[in-house]
Design a protein around this ligand. Structure first.
Ligand code: COA
Ligand code: ZN
Length: 318
């Protein structure tokens, strides 16, 4: 316990196993995905988006979702949401014994059509029965609004457009709205404007989450702006992987290690251990056959007592 008030508590929602891996061409085995998820839970992450129940043609890397969930050891206190695009995905999720889902649409029709083959309006109609059933089952429900700041096909997105979609999703009974900067074009003043507009539309900050990609190096600045505006939930991917195959130009998610270092040093509590995240980051980078290129992955953490870098040699725990 730190004695700090709850207002200094941040939720880190890990998307590495899902958003992080979905666009990677090196196939990762289900056993390695499970190991990655276990390392993330060991690091203290309590919300780990595990996979997607989408078309295997759309996202080949995650085509083992059923097998993965069947083998995933659930830990007390850890939530493992999965992406569900339609009723078929819901049925698969139900068979897999999940208790948390995320539906996903976009602020723009152009992106939604490429990503899920539906206009925004069509996606809302498709989600209605999915969310109603998930509610009946007592599942936790999140909805993503992708391209909330900009669309790779139609350019700049007005914040009101993203908020209008979010409000419709809230009316369909989701617990949380996640605004996604899918291609990493947003900057802090836009974030503040979006948070305030969403609040004005009745979407409390406690129901808002932000999902930043660090494509142009603005992700942590955007986190700072969100925190100042009252938001306390952020998505990140250990190892800084990520991107959507339907979002040309998208680069990695905000790296969990970069976020954890930043939050620790700024006095926010979150329950996640940096060395544990670095161990998981090294593990997945190794399996992807890539060097770990995130800032804190390279530099390590920093022990303010000794002035030395920390966690650079952290290995996955046996
Ligand atoms: N799980 C598995 N297979 C599914 C599925 C699901 N949830 N939903 C549809 N399919 C299958 C269909 O059976 C069909 O298979 P077939 O070609 O062998 O007959 C095929 O996928 C196409 O389905 P269809 O209903 O015609 O829809 P579509 O081609 O317009 O695709 C989605 C719609 C939503 C299924 C597809 O676009 C998708 O899965 N998108 C996800 C993209 C994603 O995850 N992006 C990253 C997250 S940001
Ligand atoms: Zn993303």
């Amino acid at each position: 316990m730190t004695g700090r008030s709850d207002d200094r508590r941040v939720r880190i929602y890990e998307v590495g196993p899902r958003d992080g891996l979905q666009n990677e061409s090196t196939p990762i085995s289900a056993a390695d995905k499970l190991r990655f998820i276990e390392l993330l839970a060991d690091a203290g992450l309590r919300e780990i988006e595990a996979t997607s129940f989408v078309s295997p043609k759309a996202i080949p890397q995650l085509s083992d979702a059923d097998e993965l969930l069947a083998a995933l050891p659930r830990r007390e206190g850890v939530r493992y949401p999965v992406l569900v695009p339609n009723e078929r995905g819901l049925a698969r999720a139900e068979a897999a014994g999940v208790d948390a889902i995320a539906v996903f649409t976009a602020a723009t029709d152009a992106f939604a059509e490429k990503n899920i083959g539906m206009t925004v309006e069509e996606s809302l109609a498709a989600f209605a029965p999915v969310l109603a059933r998930a509610r009946e089952l007592g599942w936790w429900r999140r909805a993503y609004v992708s391209t909330a700041f900009g669309c790779p096909y139609t350019g700049r997105v007005k914040p009101q457009t993203a908020v209008d979609v979010a409000r419709r999703l809230l009316d369909l009974g989701v617990d949380e709205i996640c605004f996604g900067d899918t291609i990493g074009v947003g900057v802090p003043n836009q974030v503040g404007e979006l948070v305030n507009l969403a609040q004005g539309a009745g979407i409390r900050v406690s129901r808002q989450a932000f999902h930043f990609h660090d494509t142009r190096g603005t992700a942590l600045a955007n986190v700072t702006a969100s925190l100042a505006a009252g938001v306390r939930t952020f998505d990140s991917a250990t190892g800084g992987t990520g991107g959507c195959p339907y979002a040309p130009g998208a680069a990695g998610n905000l790296a969990t290690e970069d976020l954890v270092y930043f939050l620790d040093a700024s006095g926010w509590t979150h329950g996640v251990d940096l060395d544990g995240v670095l161990a998981a980051a090294r593990f997945i980078a190794d399996r992807l056959g890539k060097p770990l290129s995130t800032k804190v992955g390279q530099a390590g953490g920093w022990d303010h007592q000794t002035g030395r870098a920390t966690g650079r040699e952290a290995e996955p725990r046996p």
